[in-house]
Design a binder for this molecule. Structure first.
Ligand SMILES: Nc1ncnc2c1ncn2[C@@H]1O[C@H](COP(=O)(O)OP(=O)(O)OP(=O)(O)O)[C@@H](O)[C@H]1O
Ligand SMILES: [Mg+2]
Length: 165
């Protein structure tokens, strides 16, 4: 019955930024359009760096992907549109709602939200969460967890993609 209940979480230990790029490429290859990804973790944990890895794998130059400090939402044109939101500087959930996030969630793109724990109640019930943690100077731990069945399937495919490399 393993396939009926795909693993709902997966830990990826990254030893280097190149490793994080591998995870980003695996994610970029399997994220279906309309996926919302919540990134959770402290300053410097690697949230933006992972977004860059995903965007780069979709053909977006890495330096085009930066934390959306002033504009709040960045948009990159990769294989799919990528919407990159950073909730860090938002005052509260109302300010997040003013961005009109449903438009992104319901789009054909992939929406990546940094500091997702700050706006968790505003995110769709079906989403992928990635907890990011610094475990050393160049080591980062990324823990993928599924909120809903669709994300569990994504996690299964990410694992398969990483094993198949
Ligand atoms: N294995 C690794 N994977 C990802 N980033 C790494 C790794 N090793 C070192 N780093 C460095 O860690 C930093 C991660 O910074 P990043 O901006 O992604 O953090 P963040 O979680 O987005 O923080 P913030 O909350 O400030 O936006 C970068 O400077 C990156 O070069
Ligand atoms: Mg960031």
């Amino acid at each position: 019955m393993a396939d009926a209940w795909p693993a709902a979480s997966f830990v990826f230990d990254s030893a280097s930024e190149a490793d994080t790029d591998r995870l980003g490429a695996a994610l970029a290859g399997v994220l279906p359009s309309g996926t919302v990804v919540g990134l959770i973790g402290t300053l410097g944990a690697g949230k933006t760096r992972l977004v860059q890895a995903i965007a780069a794998a979709q053909g977006v130059p890495r330096d085009a992907a930066t934390s959306p400090t002033f504009v709040l939402v960045n948009e990159y044109r990769g294989r799919l549109p990528i919407y990159h939101i950073d909730a860090y500087r938002l005052r509260d959930e109302d300010e997040f709602q003013e961005l009109g996030p449903e438009e992104y969630f319901e789009s054909d793109g992939v929406t990546l939200v940094e500091w997702a724990d700050r706006v968790a109640d505003c995110l769709p019930a079906e989403r992928l969460e990635i907890h990011c943690e610094a475990t050393g100077e160049s080591q980062r731990r990324f823990r993928l967890s599924a909120v809903g069945a669709a994300a569990a399937q994504i996690i299964k495919e990410v694992r398969r993609a990483l094993v198949a490399e």
